[in-house]
Design a protein around this ligand. Sequence first.
Ligand code: DC
Length: 221
Amino acid sequence: MYISVAIDGPAGAGKSTIANIIADRFKLMYINTGSMYRAVTLMSMRNNINFSNVREVCRLTNSLEMHFENDNLIVNGEDITDEIRSLEVSNNVSNYATIPEVRSILVKLQQNMAYKYNVIMDGRDIGTVVLKDAPLKFFLTARAEERAKRRCKEFEEKGIYVEYNNVLNDIIKRDYIDTHRENNPLCKATDAIEIDSSKLSISEVVDVISNYINEYIKENN
Ligand code: DC
């Protein structure tokens, strides 16, 4: 049986942590689409291509061979998993992710991945655009303050000190850009199940989603 699971939600809602665990549990390929927008941002910044130079950003995007190896993103043979998580990339990624031409290149790549494998894919437009027909869609949210706290902890665990207020402001700014952009803004698909993770532990969220997937498997076997 073919399975595709879509998880959308704002930055820091816990999408990637949850998606990783679900991927392991149900033997799905995990595709973190935010990483792909981050990859375009990192590579553009390395090549001094400003987001306003749409033609060059698109040329570069088309030249990138991207694939996932477990949770790692390999671009043109280089593992860029850690570098795309830097604050510099985080602060710039919305500008590149807003470019409609970049979105359409990456959406096609993501859809091709989903044709070939059983996937769990997370992002902002998965349930509404990329996997519109996915039978299992979730919209994961949490309060901005809670998400900022989680992001700070992630940085701390990597030995990087960041100012809470900077992280919170970045999250608020990104939420605004993600939900207000003209092209494929972040919004809940009408048929997505909304889960507010502010007061739930990771394993509680994983259990809620797993129950839906198990039910789907039972009904479709
Ligand atoms: O999930 P993340 O924080 O790694 O995402 C990085 C950026 O990419 C974020 O600003 C929103 C954008 N994004 C998007 O526009 N569409 C997606 N499907 C995934 C991420």
